[in-house]
Design a protein around this ligand. Sequence first.
Ligand code: ASP
Length: 322
Amino acid sequence: MKKVLLIHTGGTIAMEENKTTGGVNTKETHPLEATIAELSDIAEITVKNYVNLPSPHITPAHMLELAKFISDETNSDQYEGIVITHGTDTLEETAYVLDLVLQTSIPVIVTGAMRSSNEHGSDGPYNLISSVRVACEDQSLGKGVLVVFNDEIHSAKNVTKTHTSNIATFQSPQYGPIGIVTKRGVLFHHTPLRSSRFHVKDFSKNVILLKAYAGMDGNLIKASANGADGVVIEALGQGNMPPATVPALKDLISREVPVVLVSRCFNGIAQDIYSYEGGGKHLKELGVIFSNGLNGQKARLKLMIALENTSESAKLQQLFLE
Ligand code: ASP
């Protein structure tokens, strides 16, 4: 039987609903204890209550500390798989940081729940069982960090939370899940391409994320970029910006503050196509970096990680093409 380390970090999966007020909040004893006892048929589980935080309280520093904790725990080859329970709001961000920095090839699965432990149709126990099954599957080896939720297996790079409350919230726009969990087994149908892994000691750079809109000018960019080491913008369509933002973007680039563009569209990739003022081709000529399909929140984390290793624009552009 495989040995799996289960790391709890909090989130709705660790919460319960107050039936009088309707408020959902953390619980002292972990509500998954009964489910963990049932898992003894599938794996030998060791539980670590790492933190108990709602995921809006999770910061990039927590993500990096969690990565260090996992590296220390996996150094001794004691475990054959890792399952992390996490709040869903920032789950994709933690999964992506772990994917970029963990060196281990054992399965690392991140899961959570949309309904707390005492709500009808609570999805926590089921997602936990599915995750442990995926963690024990030989085919999960070397696929990077995976998100298992609602019978689907997603890559950390592509998965995103798409719905505020539906249990099918985690989707990988454009690409779909890389596998499914059925009653009989775990079936993979894609193998994700692995991108570079990074050595990061601490996050020391301030990277901000902005969203473009019709009629946007440079004021918000100027105000919020003051003191920023990098700026990620969810641009319009294929990667275009309103012309009134161009002077502020030029100013950032002249001060060697990297500007990374992703698209605010749900599907597709930001590219240098249009050559009008503020069009992607124009912006690329100015030195704006285009990202290869990441969403804004993940591009921000990738830029934070990349900036710990290099500040050269050409190298940063190369990393964002992966
Ligand atoms: N707000 C909760 C959190 O992220 C949502 C959840 O866990 O599903 O902690």
